[in-house]
Design a protein around this ligand. Structure first.
Ligand SMILES: Cc1cc2nc3c(=O)[nH]c(=O)nc-3n(C[C@H](O)[C@H](O)[C@H](O)COP(=O)(O)OP(=O)(O)OC[C@H]3O[C@@H](n4cnc5c(N)ncnc54)[C@H](O)[C@@H]3O)c2cc1C
Length: 520
Protein backbone atom coordinates (compact mmCIF):
# COMPACT_ATOMS: atom_id res chain seq x y z
CA UNK A 1 0.00 0.00 0.00
CA UNK A 2 1.28 3.48 -0.82
CA UNK A 3 1.65 5.91 2.07
CA UNK A 4 1.67 9.64 2.35
CA UNK A 5 4.10 11.73 4.34
CA UNK A 6 4.36 15.46 4.98
CA UNK A 7 7.15 17.59 6.42
CA UNK A 8 8.94 20.91 5.98
CA UNK A 9 12.33 21.38 4.33
CA UNK A 10 14.48 24.30 3.27
CA UNK A 11 13.78 25.36 -0.34
CA UNK A 12 17.35 24.47 -1.39
CA UNK A 13 16.81 20.85 -0.22
CA UNK A 14 13.89 20.29 -2.62
CA UNK A 15 15.98 19.12 -5.58
CA UNK A 16 18.20 16.75 -3.54
CA UNK A 17 16.53 13.34 -4.01
CA UNK A 18 19.05 11.54 -1.79
CA UNK A 19 18.29 13.96 1.03
CA UNK A 20 14.54 13.59 0.51
CA UNK A 21 14.79 9.79 0.55
CA UNK A 22 16.68 9.82 3.86
CA UNK A 23 14.16 12.24 5.33
CA UNK A 24 11.23 10.02 4.24
CA UNK A 25 12.96 7.01 5.84
CA UNK A 26 13.23 8.92 9.10
CA UNK A 27 9.67 10.19 9.01
CA UNK A 28 8.14 6.79 8.17
CA UNK A 29 10.61 4.68 10.18
CA UNK A 30 11.68 2.76 7.08
CA UNK A 31 14.98 0.95 7.48
CA UNK A 32 15.68 -0.04 3.85
CA UNK A 33 15.86 1.69 0.47
CA UNK A 34 13.25 -0.50 -1.23
CA UNK A 35 10.77 2.22 -2.04
CA UNK A 36 10.11 5.03 -4.51
CA UNK A 37 8.42 8.34 -3.90
CA UNK A 38 6.82 11.15 -5.82
CA UNK A 39 5.87 14.71 -4.97
CA UNK A 40 2.22 15.18 -4.06
CA UNK A 41 1.96 18.84 -3.00
CA UNK A 42 4.37 21.74 -2.47
CA UNK A 43 3.90 25.24 -1.03
CA UNK A 44 6.12 28.01 0.32
CA UNK A 45 5.80 29.00 3.98
CA UNK A 46 7.34 32.48 4.24
CA UNK A 47 5.66 33.56 7.47
CA UNK A 48 8.91 33.40 9.44
CA UNK A 49 12.39 34.70 8.63
CA UNK A 50 13.63 31.22 7.73
CA UNK A 51 11.60 30.33 4.68
CA UNK A 52 10.42 26.73 4.49
CA UNK A 53 8.81 24.51 1.92
CA UNK A 54 5.76 22.50 3.01
CA UNK A 55 5.90 19.27 1.09
CA UNK A 56 4.02 16.03 0.90
CA UNK A 57 5.01 12.84 -0.90
CA UNK A 58 3.40 9.57 -1.91
CA UNK A 59 5.69 6.68 -1.04
CA UNK A 60 5.43 3.34 -2.88
CA UNK A 61 6.86 0.00 -1.82
CA UNK A 62 9.13 -1.82 -4.29
CA UNK A 63 6.31 -3.99 -5.69
CA UNK A 64 4.03 -1.04 -6.36
CA UNK A 65 4.26 1.22 -9.36
CA UNK A 66 2.97 4.76 -9.19
CA UNK A 67 -0.42 5.17 -10.87
CA UNK A 68 -0.05 6.89 -14.19
CA UNK A 69 -3.83 7.07 -14.85
CA UNK A 70 -4.96 8.02 -18.37
CA UNK A 71 -6.75 11.28 -17.77
CA UNK A 72 -8.12 11.97 -21.23
CA UNK A 73 -9.87 9.36 -23.38
CA UNK A 74 -11.23 10.80 -26.63
CA UNK A 75 -13.37 8.94 -29.17
CA UNK A 76 -13.84 9.57 -32.86
CA UNK A 77 -16.93 11.77 -32.89
CA UNK A 78 -17.30 12.43 -36.62
CA UNK A 79 -20.80 10.90 -36.73
CA UNK A 80 -21.95 11.87 -33.24
CA UNK A 81 -24.66 14.46 -32.42
CA UNK A 82 -23.32 17.97 -33.14
CA UNK A 83 -23.00 20.70 -30.52
CA UNK A 84 -22.23 24.32 -31.43
CA UNK A 85 -19.75 25.83 -29.00
CA UNK A 86 -19.46 29.60 -29.26
CA UNK A 87 -16.10 30.88 -28.04
CA UNK A 88 -12.74 29.06 -27.90
CA UNK A 89 -11.67 30.26 -24.45
CA UNK A 90 -10.89 27.77 -21.67
CA UNK A 91 -14.62 27.02 -21.30
CA UNK A 92 -15.22 26.39 -25.01
CA UNK A 93 -12.06 24.33 -25.44
CA UNK A 94 -12.70 22.13 -22.40
CA UNK A 95 -16.34 21.72 -23.41
CA UNK A 96 -15.12 20.52 -26.83
CA UNK A 97 -12.57 18.13 -25.29
CA UNK A 98 -15.22 16.68 -22.98
CA UNK A 99 -17.51 16.22 -26.02
CA UNK A 100 -14.79 14.02 -27.53
CA UNK A 101 -14.88 11.76 -24.48
CA UNK A 102 -18.63 11.43 -24.15
CA UNK A 103 -19.54 11.06 -27.82
CA UNK A 104 -20.69 14.48 -29.00
CA UNK A 105 -19.30 16.27 -32.04
CA UNK A 106 -18.01 19.71 -30.99
CA UNK A 107 -18.19 22.45 -33.61
CA UNK A 108 -16.33 25.45 -32.21
CA UNK A 109 -16.97 28.96 -33.55
CA UNK A 110 -14.52 31.65 -32.47
CA UNK A 111 -14.82 35.30 -33.54
CA UNK A 112 -11.08 35.90 -33.25
CA UNK A 113 -8.00 34.46 -34.92
CA UNK A 114 -5.77 31.50 -34.14
CA UNK A 115 -3.05 32.07 -31.54
CA UNK A 116 -0.32 32.85 -34.08
CA UNK A 117 -2.28 35.42 -36.06
CA UNK A 118 -3.58 36.86 -32.83
CA UNK A 119 -0.05 37.58 -31.61
CA UNK A 120 0.43 40.04 -34.52
CA UNK A 121 -2.62 42.04 -33.45
CA UNK A 122 -1.29 42.19 -29.90
CA UNK A 123 2.03 43.53 -31.17
CA UNK A 124 0.19 46.28 -33.09
CA UNK A 125 -1.88 47.07 -29.99
CA UNK A 126 1.20 47.34 -27.79
CA UNK A 127 3.32 49.31 -30.27
CA UNK A 128 0.78 51.47 -32.08
CA UNK A 129 -2.15 51.53 -29.66
CA UNK A 130 -4.56 50.18 -32.29
CA UNK A 131 -7.27 47.84 -30.94
CA UNK A 132 -8.63 45.17 -33.28
CA UNK A 133 -12.17 44.65 -31.96
CA UNK A 134 -12.12 40.97 -32.99
CA UNK A 135 -8.56 40.03 -32.05
CA UNK A 136 -7.04 41.30 -28.81
CA UNK A 137 -6.11 40.16 -25.28
CA UNK A 138 -9.71 38.99 -24.71
CA UNK A 139 -10.79 37.67 -28.13
CA UNK A 140 -9.16 34.91 -30.17
CA UNK A 141 -8.10 31.29 -29.81
CA UNK A 142 -7.72 30.34 -26.14
CA UNK A 143 -9.85 33.33 -25.10
CA UNK A 144 -8.75 35.70 -22.36
CA UNK A 145 -6.76 32.82 -20.89
CA UNK A 146 -4.16 32.60 -23.67
CA UNK A 147 -1.94 35.59 -23.05
CA UNK A 148 -2.50 35.50 -19.33
CA UNK A 149 -0.41 34.64 -16.35
CA UNK A 150 -1.89 31.16 -16.54
CA UNK A 151 -2.48 30.94 -12.82
CA UNK A 152 -4.41 27.75 -12.36
CA UNK A 153 -5.64 28.00 -8.83
CA UNK A 154 -9.27 28.35 -8.08
CA UNK A 155 -11.56 28.68 -5.12
CA UNK A 156 -13.61 25.79 -6.53
CA UNK A 157 -14.11 23.20 -3.82
CA UNK A 158 -14.62 20.28 -6.19
CA UNK A 159 -11.16 18.71 -6.00
CA UNK A 160 -11.94 15.98 -8.52
CA UNK A 161 -12.94 18.49 -11.20
CA UNK A 162 -9.90 20.67 -10.52
CA UNK A 163 -7.52 17.69 -10.73
CA UNK A 164 -9.08 16.62 -14.00
CA UNK A 165 -8.69 20.09 -15.55
CA UNK A 166 -5.06 20.28 -14.39
CA UNK A 167 -4.33 16.79 -15.74
CA UNK A 168 -5.73 17.78 -19.12
CA UNK A 169 -3.40 20.78 -19.20
CA UNK A 170 -0.52 18.34 -18.57
CA UNK A 171 -1.89 16.01 -21.24
CA UNK A 172 -1.59 18.86 -23.76
CA UNK A 173 1.90 19.94 -22.77
CA UNK A 174 1.96 21.76 -19.42
CA UNK A 175 4.70 20.86 -16.90
CA UNK A 176 3.72 18.16 -14.39
CA UNK A 177 4.65 20.63 -11.63
CA UNK A 178 1.18 22.16 -11.96
CA UNK A 179 -0.20 18.99 -10.33
CA UNK A 180 2.04 19.51 -7.31
CA UNK A 181 2.34 23.25 -6.73
CA UNK A 182 -0.18 24.80 -4.36
CA UNK A 183 -0.34 27.82 -6.67
CA UNK A 184 0.22 26.36 -10.13
CA UNK A 185 0.89 28.65 -13.07
CA UNK A 186 1.80 28.06 -16.73
CA UNK A 187 2.88 31.43 -18.18
CA UNK A 188 2.04 33.37 -21.34
CA UNK A 189 4.94 31.91 -23.32
CA UNK A 190 3.77 28.32 -22.79
CA UNK A 191 -0.02 28.60 -23.02
CA UNK A 192 -0.30 29.11 -26.82
CA UNK A 193 1.26 25.76 -27.76
CA UNK A 194 -0.95 23.97 -25.23
CA UNK A 195 -4.00 25.57 -26.82
CA UNK A 196 -2.84 24.61 -30.32
CA UNK A 197 -2.43 21.00 -29.15
CA UNK A 198 -6.01 21.05 -27.84
CA UNK A 199 -7.31 22.40 -31.15
CA UNK A 200 -5.41 19.76 -33.13
CA UNK A 201 -6.85 16.98 -30.97
CA UNK A 202 -10.41 18.29 -31.42
CA UNK A 203 -9.99 18.24 -35.21
CA UNK A 204 -8.15 14.88 -35.26
CA UNK A 205 -11.05 13.24 -33.41
CA UNK A 206 -13.70 14.52 -35.83
CA UNK A 207 -14.63 17.86 -34.25
CA UNK A 208 -14.39 21.23 -36.01
CA UNK A 209 -12.80 24.58 -35.14
CA UNK A 210 -13.68 27.73 -37.12
CA UNK A 211 -11.95 31.08 -36.61
CA UNK A 212 -13.32 34.44 -37.78
CA UNK A 213 -16.77 33.04 -36.98
CA UNK A 214 -18.76 35.40 -34.83
CA UNK A 215 -22.20 34.55 -33.48
CA UNK A 216 -24.45 37.41 -34.54
CA UNK A 217 -27.99 36.07 -34.15
CA UNK A 218 -30.04 33.16 -32.85
CA UNK A 219 -33.25 31.72 -34.21
CA UNK A 220 -35.43 30.56 -31.32
CA UNK A 221 -38.80 28.91 -31.98
CA UNK A 222 -41.18 27.93 -29.17
CA UNK A 223 -38.42 28.61 -26.63
CA UNK A 224 -36.05 26.17 -28.37
CA UNK A 225 -32.86 27.18 -30.18
CA UNK A 226 -33.09 26.20 -33.83
CA UNK A 227 -30.36 28.05 -35.70
CA UNK A 228 -27.34 30.26 -35.17
CA UNK A 229 -26.23 33.06 -37.47
CA UNK A 230 -22.52 33.70 -38.07
CA UNK A 231 -20.92 36.96 -39.22
CA UNK A 232 -24.28 38.56 -39.92
CA UNK A 233 -25.06 36.34 -42.89
CA UNK A 234 -25.04 32.53 -42.86
CA UNK A 235 -27.48 30.48 -40.76
CA UNK A 236 -26.71 26.98 -39.42
CA UNK A 237 -29.13 24.57 -37.75
CA UNK A 238 -28.20 23.55 -34.18
CA UNK A 239 -30.36 22.25 -31.35
CA UNK A 240 -27.57 22.49 -28.75
CA UNK A 241 -25.52 25.65 -28.31
CA UNK A 242 -22.94 26.24 -25.58
CA UNK A 243 -22.51 29.97 -25.16
CA UNK A 244 -18.96 30.41 -23.82
CA UNK A 245 -18.27 33.94 -25.03
CA UNK A 246 -16.57 35.38 -21.94
CA UNK A 247 -17.08 38.58 -19.95
CA UNK A 248 -16.12 40.96 -22.77
CA UNK A 249 -18.64 39.89 -25.42
CA UNK A 250 -20.95 42.85 -24.84
CA UNK A 251 -22.64 42.32 -28.20
CA UNK A 252 -23.80 38.90 -27.00
CA UNK A 253 -25.53 40.41 -23.95
CA UNK A 254 -27.19 42.94 -26.27
CA UNK A 255 -28.22 40.20 -28.70
CA UNK A 256 -29.84 38.09 -25.96
CA UNK A 257 -31.68 41.10 -24.57
CA UNK A 258 -32.92 42.06 -28.05
CA UNK A 259 -34.23 38.52 -28.57
CA UNK A 260 -36.07 38.59 -25.25
CA UNK A 261 -33.72 35.97 -23.74
CA UNK A 262 -33.37 36.85 -20.08
CA UNK A 263 -30.13 38.32 -18.73
CA UNK A 264 -29.49 39.98 -15.35
CA UNK A 265 -27.21 42.63 -13.91
CA UNK A 266 -24.40 41.10 -11.84
CA UNK A 267 -21.92 42.42 -9.30
CA UNK A 268 -18.35 42.79 -10.47
CA UNK A 269 -15.23 44.53 -9.16
CA UNK A 270 -13.50 47.68 -10.30
CA UNK A 271 -10.30 49.47 -9.41
CA UNK A 272 -6.70 49.94 -10.45
CA UNK A 273 -3.69 47.79 -11.31
CA UNK A 274 -0.77 48.60 -9.03
CA UNK A 275 2.81 47.94 -10.08
CA UNK A 276 5.82 47.58 -7.78
CA UNK A 277 9.28 46.30 -8.54
CA UNK A 278 9.48 42.55 -7.94
CA UNK A 279 12.56 43.15 -5.76
CA UNK A 280 10.46 45.23 -3.39
CA UNK A 281 7.74 42.57 -3.12
CA UNK A 282 10.40 39.84 -2.62
CA UNK A 283 12.10 41.91 0.08
CA UNK A 284 8.78 42.42 1.91
CA UNK A 285 7.47 38.86 1.58
CA UNK A 286 10.77 37.02 1.99
CA UNK A 287 12.16 39.13 4.86
CA UNK A 288 14.94 40.65 2.77
CA UNK A 289 15.90 37.44 0.94
CA UNK A 290 16.50 38.50 -2.70
CA UNK A 291 17.40 37.03 -6.11
CA UNK A 292 17.20 33.50 -4.88
CA UNK A 293 17.21 30.52 -7.25
CA UNK A 294 15.38 28.30 -4.79
CA UNK A 295 12.24 30.32 -4.12
CA UNK A 296 9.82 31.70 -6.71
CA UNK A 297 9.22 35.46 -7.16
CA UNK A 298 6.97 36.40 -4.25
CA UNK A 299 3.26 37.02 -4.54
CA UNK A 300 0.72 38.51 -2.16
CA UNK A 301 -2.98 38.38 -1.50
CA UNK A 302 -4.58 41.32 0.29
CA UNK A 303 -8.08 42.03 1.48
CA UNK A 304 -9.70 44.65 3.66
CA UNK A 305 -13.12 46.08 4.41
CA UNK A 306 -13.74 49.78 3.83
CA UNK A 307 -17.12 51.26 4.77
CA UNK A 308 -18.77 47.87 4.75
CA UNK A 309 -17.39 46.75 1.42
CA UNK A 310 -14.60 44.40 0.37
CA UNK A 311 -11.49 45.79 -1.34
CA UNK A 312 -9.01 43.14 -2.41
CA UNK A 313 -6.10 42.20 -4.62
CA UNK A 314 -7.02 40.37 -7.82
CA UNK A 315 -4.97 38.36 -10.31
CA UNK A 316 -1.56 39.14 -8.81
CA UNK A 317 1.23 38.61 -11.34
CA UNK A 318 4.73 38.24 -9.89
CA UNK A 319 7.42 39.05 -12.48
CA UNK A 320 4.65 40.30 -14.73
CA UNK A 321 3.59 42.89 -17.27
CA UNK A 322 0.54 45.13 -17.35
CA UNK A 323 -1.32 44.59 -20.63
CA UNK A 324 -3.75 46.77 -22.61
CA UNK A 325 -6.90 44.62 -22.56
CA UNK A 326 -9.45 46.85 -24.31
CA UNK A 327 -11.76 45.24 -26.86
CA UNK A 328 -12.67 48.56 -28.51
CA UNK A 329 -10.65 51.58 -29.51
CA UNK A 330 -12.44 54.10 -27.32
CA UNK A 331 -11.75 52.50 -23.95
CA UNK A 332 -8.75 51.71 -21.75
CA UNK A 333 -8.62 48.46 -19.75
CA UNK A 334 -5.72 46.92 -17.83
CA UNK A 335 -4.91 43.38 -16.76
CA UNK A 336 -1.69 41.50 -16.08
CA UNK A 337 0.28 38.50 -17.31
CA UNK A 338 3.59 36.78 -16.60
CA UNK A 339 5.89 34.45 -18.49
CA UNK A 340 6.48 30.98 -17.05
CA UNK A 341 9.66 32.05 -15.24
CA UNK A 342 8.00 35.18 -13.89
CA UNK A 343 11.29 36.93 -14.52
CA UNK A 344 10.24 40.48 -15.40
CA UNK A 345 11.46 43.08 -12.92
CA UNK A 346 7.89 44.14 -12.05
CA UNK A 347 5.02 42.74 -10.06
CA UNK A 348 1.42 43.84 -10.50
CA UNK A 349 -2.04 43.14 -9.18
CA UNK A 350 -5.54 44.52 -9.50
CA UNK A 351 -6.78 46.26 -6.35
CA UNK A 352 -10.53 46.32 -6.71
CA UNK A 353 -13.76 47.33 -4.99
CA UNK A 354 -16.96 45.28 -5.30
CA UNK A 355 -19.65 47.01 -7.35
CA UNK A 356 -23.25 45.81 -7.26
CA UNK A 357 -26.51 46.78 -8.96
CA UNK A 358 -27.64 48.28 -5.62
CA UNK A 359 -25.01 51.00 -6.11
CA UNK A 360 -27.35 52.51 -8.68
CA UNK A 361 -30.63 53.14 -6.83
CA UNK A 362 -33.68 52.96 -9.04
CA UNK A 363 -31.81 51.03 -11.72
CA UNK A 364 -31.21 47.75 -9.85
CA UNK A 365 -33.40 45.83 -12.28
CA UNK A 366 -31.77 47.18 -15.42
CA UNK A 367 -29.69 44.23 -16.73
CA UNK A 368 -27.13 46.65 -18.17
CA UNK A 369 -26.68 48.82 -15.10
CA UNK A 370 -23.26 47.40 -14.09
CA UNK A 371 -22.11 46.94 -17.70
CA UNK A 372 -22.96 50.58 -18.50
CA UNK A 373 -20.95 51.72 -15.48
CA UNK A 374 -17.99 49.55 -16.53
CA UNK A 375 -18.16 51.02 -20.06
CA UNK A 376 -18.41 54.56 -18.70
CA UNK A 377 -15.26 54.19 -16.58
CA UNK A 378 -13.27 52.58 -19.42
CA UNK A 379 -14.30 55.36 -21.82
CA UNK A 380 -13.44 58.02 -19.25
CA UNK A 381 -9.97 56.51 -18.84
CA UNK A 382 -9.51 56.62 -22.63
CA UNK A 383 -10.48 60.29 -22.71
CA UNK A 384 -8.23 61.08 -19.76
CA UNK A 385 -5.34 59.37 -21.53
CA UNK A 386 -5.70 61.73 -24.51
CA UNK A 387 -7.92 59.33 -26.50
CA UNK A 388 -5.13 56.81 -26.89
CA UNK A 389 -4.29 53.37 -25.50
CA UNK A 390 -1.89 55.02 -23.03
CA UNK A 391 -3.00 54.38 -19.48
CA UNK A 392 -3.93 56.95 -16.82
CA UNK A 393 -1.43 56.53 -13.99
CA UNK A 394 -0.52 58.03 -10.62
CA UNK A 395 2.25 57.23 -8.16
CA UNK A 396 0.76 55.26 -5.28
CA UNK A 397 1.61 57.66 -2.47
CA UNK A 398 0.54 60.63 -4.60
CA UNK A 399 -2.79 58.86 -5.10
CA UNK A 400 -3.27 58.28 -1.39
CA UNK A 401 -2.22 61.89 -0.62
CA UNK A 402 -4.32 63.34 -3.50
CA UNK A 403 -1.38 64.81 -5.44
CA UNK A 404 -0.84 64.80 -9.19
CA UNK A 405 2.30 62.88 -10.14
CA UNK A 406 4.89 64.88 -12.02
CA UNK A 407 7.05 61.99 -13.17
CA UNK A 408 7.11 58.20 -13.07
CA UNK A 409 9.45 55.27 -12.58
CA UNK A 410 9.45 52.85 -15.53
CA UNK A 411 6.17 51.04 -16.14
CA UNK A 412 5.75 47.67 -17.86
CA UNK A 413 2.66 48.94 -19.73
CA UNK A 414 3.97 49.12 -23.28
CA UNK A 415 1.66 51.69 -24.96
CA UNK A 416 2.80 54.28 -22.38
CA UNK A 417 1.43 56.10 -19.33
CA UNK A 418 -0.11 59.53 -18.75
CA UNK A 419 -0.31 61.39 -15.43
CA UNK A 420 -3.97 61.53 -14.38
CA UNK A 421 -5.44 61.81 -10.90
CA UNK A 422 -7.57 58.74 -10.18
CA UNK A 423 -10.32 61.03 -8.85
CA UNK A 424 -10.85 62.18 -12.44
CA UNK A 425 -11.82 58.64 -13.46
CA UNK A 426 -13.60 56.99 -10.54
CA UNK A 427 -16.55 58.26 -8.49
CA UNK A 428 -15.90 58.97 -4.77
CA UNK A 429 -17.50 55.70 -3.54
CA UNK A 430 -14.81 53.79 -5.45
CA UNK A 431 -11.77 56.03 -5.24
CA UNK A 432 -12.07 56.77 -1.52
CA UNK A 433 -12.31 53.08 -0.70
CA UNK A 434 -9.25 52.35 -2.85
CA UNK A 435 -7.32 55.11 -1.06
CA UNK A 436 -8.21 53.73 2.38
CA UNK A 437 -7.46 50.16 1.29
CA UNK A 438 -3.96 51.09 0.12
CA UNK A 439 -3.31 52.68 3.53
CA UNK A 440 -4.48 49.44 5.20
CA UNK A 441 -2.32 47.33 2.89
CA UNK A 442 0.70 49.51 3.72
CA UNK A 443 0.24 48.44 7.34
CA UNK A 444 -0.07 44.75 6.43
CA UNK A 445 2.95 44.79 4.11
CA UNK A 446 5.61 47.20 5.29
CA UNK A 447 6.91 49.05 2.22
CA UNK A 448 3.91 48.31 -0.04
CA UNK A 449 2.65 51.91 0.23
CA UNK A 450 5.58 53.33 -1.71
CA UNK A 451 5.81 56.27 -4.08
CA UNK A 452 7.93 54.08 -6.36
CA UNK A 453 4.77 52.06 -7.00
CA UNK A 454 2.33 53.25 -9.68
CA UNK A 455 -1.42 52.71 -10.03
CA UNK A 456 -2.77 52.25 -13.56
CA UNK A 457 -6.49 52.61 -14.35
CA UNK A 458 -8.86 50.99 -14.74
CA UNK A 459 -8.87 47.31 -13.77
CA UNK A 460 -12.42 46.69 -14.87
CA UNK A 461 -12.77 43.26 -16.54
CA UNK A 462 -12.54 41.28 -13.32
CA UNK A 463 -15.69 39.29 -14.00
CA UNK A 464 -18.85 39.64 -16.01
CA UNK A 465 -21.16 42.56 -15.09
CA UNK A 466 -24.07 40.53 -16.53
CA UNK A 467 -25.28 37.00 -15.81
CA UNK A 468 -27.28 34.70 -18.06
CA UNK A 469 -29.59 32.68 -15.83
CA UNK A 470 -29.69 28.90 -16.25
CA UNK A 471 -31.30 25.95 -14.55
CA UNK A 472 -28.77 24.74 -11.94
CA UNK A 473 -29.56 21.10 -12.71
CA UNK A 474 -29.91 21.00 -16.49
CA UNK A 475 -27.52 23.95 -17.21
CA UNK A 476 -30.01 25.15 -19.84
CA UNK A 477 -31.08 28.77 -19.98
CA UNK A 478 -34.11 29.21 -17.72
CA UNK A 479 -36.41 29.93 -20.63
CA UNK A 480 -34.58 28.92 -23.83
CA UNK A 481 -34.10 25.19 -24.40
CA UNK A 482 -30.92 24.10 -26.12
CA UNK A 483 -29.02 27.22 -25.00
CA UNK A 484 -26.29 26.52 -22.41
CA UNK A 485 -24.91 29.76 -20.88
CA UNK A 486 -21.40 28.80 -19.84
CA UNK A 487 -18.54 29.98 -17.62
CA UNK A 488 -17.32 33.51 -17.04
CA UNK A 489 -19.48 35.44 -19.49
CA UNK A 490 -22.62 33.91 -18.06
CA UNK A 491 -21.55 34.39 -14.44
CA UNK A 492 -20.65 30.79 -13.58
CA UNK A 493 -16.85 30.98 -13.46
CA UNK A 494 -14.02 33.33 -12.64
CA UNK A 495 -10.66 32.26 -13.98
CA UNK A 496 -9.21 29.63 -16.27
CA UNK A 497 -9.82 26.51 -14.20
CA UNK A 498 -13.36 27.28 -13.12
CA UNK A 499 -14.21 28.23 -16.73
CA UNK A 500 -12.71 24.96 -18.00
CA UNK A 501 -14.69 22.95 -15.44
CA UNK A 502 -17.94 24.73 -16.33
CA UNK A 503 -17.28 23.98 -20.01
CA UNK A 504 -16.95 20.28 -19.23
CA UNK A 505 -20.16 20.36 -17.17
CA UNK A 506 -22.15 22.00 -19.97
CA UNK A 507 -21.02 19.30 -22.41
CA UNK A 508 -22.07 16.63 -19.90
CA UNK A 509 -25.47 18.28 -19.39
CA UNK A 510 -26.14 18.11 -23.14
CA UNK A 511 -25.10 14.46 -23.33
CA UNK A 512 -27.34 13.61 -20.39
CA UNK A 513 -30.26 15.35 -22.05
CA UNK A 514 -29.74 13.53 -25.34
CA UNK A 515 -29.21 10.11 -23.81
CA UNK A 516 -31.69 10.28 -20.94
CA UNK A 517 -29.09 10.63 -18.19
CA UNK A 518 -26.23 8.51 -19.48
CA UNK A 519 -22.80 10.03 -20.08
CA UNK A 520 -21.18 7.13 -21.91
C1 LIG B 1 -4.44 39.47 -19.40
C2 LIG B 1 -5.27 38.48 -18.63
C3 LIG B 1 -4.68 37.72 -17.65
C4 LIG B 1 -5.41 36.77 -16.96
N1 LIG B 1 -4.77 35.97 -16.06
C5 LIG B 1 -5.43 34.93 -15.50
C6 LIG B 1 -4.75 33.99 -14.69
O1 LIG B 1 -3.55 34.06 -14.49
N2 LIG B 1 -5.48 32.96 -14.15
C7 LIG B 1 -6.82 32.84 -14.36
O2 LIG B 1 -7.43 31.89 -13.85
N3 LIG B 1 -7.49 33.73 -15.12
C8 LIG B 1 -6.82 34.74 -15.71
N4 LIG B 1 -7.50 35.63 -16.51
C9 LIG B 1 -8.94 35.46 -16.66
C10 LIG B 1 -9.22 34.27 -17.56
O3 LIG B 1 -8.53 34.41 -18.75
C11 LIG B 1 -10.71 34.12 -17.77
O4 LIG B 1 -11.31 33.93 -16.52
C12 LIG B 1 -11.05 32.92 -18.64
O5 LIG B 1 -10.37 32.99 -19.86
C13 LIG B 1 -12.56 32.83 -18.89
O6 LIG B 1 -12.81 31.78 -19.76
P1 LIG B 1 -14.09 31.71 -20.72
O7 LIG B 1 -13.83 30.58 -21.61
O8 LIG B 1 -15.31 31.76 -19.88
O9 LIG B 1 -14.09 33.08 -21.54
P2 LIG B 1 -12.98 33.77 -22.45
O10 LIG B 1 -11.63 33.28 -22.12
O11 LIG B 1 -13.24 35.22 -22.35
O12 LIG B 1 -13.30 33.24 -23.91
C14 LIG B 1 -14.41 33.66 -24.63
C15 LIG B 1 -14.13 33.47 -26.10
O13 LIG B 1 -15.33 33.69 -26.81
C16 LIG B 1 -15.05 34.40 -27.99
N5 LIG B 1 -16.25 35.13 -28.41
C17 LIG B 1 -16.82 36.19 -27.81
N6 LIG B 1 -17.92 36.56 -28.48
C18 LIG B 1 -18.06 35.71 -29.51
C19 LIG B 1 -19.00 35.58 -30.56
N7 LIG B 1 -20.04 36.42 -30.68
N8 LIG B 1 -18.84 34.59 -31.48
C20 LIG B 1 -17.77 33.74 -31.39
N9 LIG B 1 -16.85 33.82 -30.42
C21 LIG B 1 -17.00 34.78 -29.48
C22 LIG B 1 -13.91 35.32 -27.59
O14 LIG B 1 -13.18 35.75 -28.73
C23 LIG B 1 -13.11 34.45 -26.66
O15 LIG B 1 -12.10 33.74 -27.34
C24 LIG B 1 -6.80 36.61 -17.22
C25 LIG B 1 -7.41 37.41 -18.20
C26 LIG B 1 -6.66 38.34 -18.90
C27 LIG B 1 -7.33 39.18 -19.95
Amino acid sequence: MSQEVQFQILPEEATDDAFLKERIKTELHISNDDFTFEWKKRSIDARKKIIKLNCSFTVYSQEETPETGISFQPKNVKDCPPVAIIGAGPAGLFAALRCLEIGLKPILFERGKDVRERRRDLAILNKEGIVNAESNYCFGEGGAGTYSDGKLYTRSKKRGDVEKALQWFVEFGAEKDILVDAHPHIGTNKLPQIIVAMREKIIEQGGEVHFGSKLTDLNVENDQVKEIQLNGSEWFAFEYVILATGHSARDIFELLHRKGIQIRAKSFALGVRVEHTQDLIDRIQYHGRLNDDYIPPASYSLVTQVDGRGVYSFCMCPGGIIAPCATNQEEVVTNGWSPSKRNNPYSNSGIVVSISPEDFPGKENDPFVCLDFQKYIEHKAWEAAGKTQKVPAQRLLDFVQKKKSVDFPRSSYQPGIVSVEMDAIFPPFVVNRLRQAFSDFGKKMNGFLSNDAVVHAPESRTSSPVSIPRNPETYEHIQTKGLYPCAEGAGYAGGIISAAIDGMKCAEAIKEKISGGKLY
